[in-house]
Design a protein around this ligand. Sequence first.
Ligand code: NIG
Ligand code: FE
Length: 404
Amino acid sequence: MKKYWHNCHIATMQNGRYSIIENAGLITEAEDIVWIGPATDAEAQLNSTSFQSIDMNGAWLTPGLIDCHTHSVFAGNRSIEFEQRLQGMSYADIAAQGGGIMSTVRATRMASEQELLAEAEQRIEQLRLEGVTSIEIKSGYGLDYLSERKMLRVIRQLAQKLPLTVKSTCLAAHALPPEYTGRSDDYIDYICIEMLPKLHEEQLVDAVDAFCEHLAFQPAQVERLFRTAKALGLNVKLHAEQLSSLGGSRLAAEYQALSADHLEYMTEDDVKAMAQSGTVAVLLPGAFYLLREKQYPPIQSLQQHGVAIALSTDLNPGTSPVLSLRLVMNMGCTLFSLTPEQALAGVTLYAARALGLEAQCGSLEVGKKADFVAWQIQHPAEISYWLGGDLSKRVIRHGQEVHF
Ligand code: NIG
Ligand code: FE
């Protein structure tokens, strides 16, 4: 049966703008949007068919929020490192002493699938309560075949268990595991020749990511990984230019990456390359804020060149223990000078594009999934404006209201 959602206003986010329809109506059938427009035009669509009528009580409808870069499956936490950084140690110092990513790797290798699943579910619950209906989750705290596989299996289980669209990204090239000390090229070979083909065959991988940085992997190594990924038919993404400028974002653009993420240290040439390939710039203001970074990503230049900008929590235990995508929207505005409209586009349409999901979600348009949030607010800018606290809302995914 069709459902007619009415007594609402809609920010469709078509073309990355609010694209507002006031006094609107939305018709869904099963999982999909089949009509959207001014309520006064809805009757013609509905006569002679039976439908369920749902009063939205004057709410503002937006697309369901999309968190397009998370490391939300992990064990333990690193609050001690937060303390150490505030006593003067840098993220790189901590990593050099065997902490950082490796400390989470040790904890994650020891955890069972059930433990990882239960912990991740609790974190993701916080995001879902805010209106998140799609999420990307990376592996990268296993760094050997069985441990990466364990993480990726948990990611697939989350997709089964929760009313949530989940994309899984293999980030085996996140850090050099201790077994390969001094042999980073051999580790890349191991990923390319053994790990990735097997994980792909088990259908555990939707995309491939790497950490391109002095304390992780060099562009030439990332390029080998990208070639392997492409040969397997997988999309690529990259952690690039977070702490220094290595040209990773340009490399990502060359390989038609869905996104390059972080980008504080990117150059003008990198921006141009990304504009040309249509690679989305995923900005992560939570990591920027928590590392007390001083170097800003080149926002103006990205905008001038027409690079689509997405925002995400980067939810991870080291640099971004951030459990709120709305807080990230607020930071996108206050720290990175985005407008609330741009921030909303960054967690809807452009986040969908960063995941290769644009045909399915990210805006409210006929033919897309009926994933939306109905907010009790006066204007969509409020979604970025309020800091802390919860906003009254209803969440609908694939045409069904989600109950918490
Ligand atoms: O996106 N930059 C690399 N990866 C993560 C941090 C992971 C960690 O510190 O555990 C990030 O910031
Ligand atoms: Fe990350």
